[in-house]
Write a protein that binds this ligand. Structure first.
Ligand SMILES: [Zn+2]
Length: 220
């Protein structure tokens, strides 16, 4: 048997797909993750229980969406993943090598209430000066991918109205960290808002933390 194409990326896709379910960012197989190497992308398959996935099951596609390897059908949300790799630009100039798409409940709830995530905590800066909400379009469509791309301008992620979140990074670990922080900030805002009227941070402070992260990396 030859070496598995994109072996490292396919193993990481399996790991993070399972982790996403275990961490409660999705229910069942409703979210998806991908990892890129050169012109190829390893991506979670459509409708298969993530617990049973092995690296060899993970579809590998080219940037135009054609299937290169793997027996399973790629996720129906492939257009969003490929649009990030082909068209998005990291505001820090980093490589974009991984995408995480979740239906995490608090972030999705916030996507139905506002057009941008309120600046309630400085960890919002892991996404950018703001986190926008892309207007709703049906899953799997070019229309949704286009709305997402606009919302991602100069950001590391966004919410998708009445749908979920999307984040990217130079590794799956970085993209996943951003998905978790985005969900956490949304959870925090909903919690505070349920109890009263939260005090928000000024935009200048979020901008300041964005610059700090660019210089020093992850906040503690
Ligand atoms: Zn989705």
């Amino acid at each position: 048997m030859g070496e598995l194409l994109l072996a490292e990326q396919r193993a990481a896709v399996c790991d993070y797909a399972r982790r996403m379910t275990a961490d409660g960012l999705v229910v069942g197989t409703s979210g998806n993750v991908s990892a890129r190497a050169g012109d190829l992308v390893a991506v979670t398959p459509s409708g298969v229980d993530y617990d049973a996935l092995t690296p060899a099951d993970i579809p590998v596609v080219a940037l135009d969406g054609s299937i290169v390897d793997g027996s399973l059908r790629p996720t129906s949300e492939l257009p969003m993943h490929l649009t990030v790799y082909r068209k998005a630009t990291d505001p820090d100039g980093a490589e974009i090598a991984a995408v995480v798409h979740t239906h995490s409940v608090h972030a999705t709830a916030v996507s139905t209430l506002v057009e941008e995530v309120p600046p309630i905590h400085y960890m919002l800066a892991t996404i950018g000066p703001t986190a926008r909400v892309a207007p709703y379009a049906t899953f799997g469509t070019t229309e949704l991918a286009d709305a997402m791309l606009t919302a991602l301008t100069d950001r590391h992620g966004c919410l998708l109205a009445n749908h979920g979140t999307i984040t990217y990074g130079d590794t799956l670990s970085a993209a996943y960290h951003r998905a978790q922080q985005l969900e956490w900030v949304c959870h925090l805002w909903l919690t505070a808002r349920a109890a009263g009227t939260p005090t928000l941070l000024p935009q200048t402070e979020i901008n300041h933390v964005v610059n700090k992260l660019h210089t020093y990396g992850q906040p503690k």
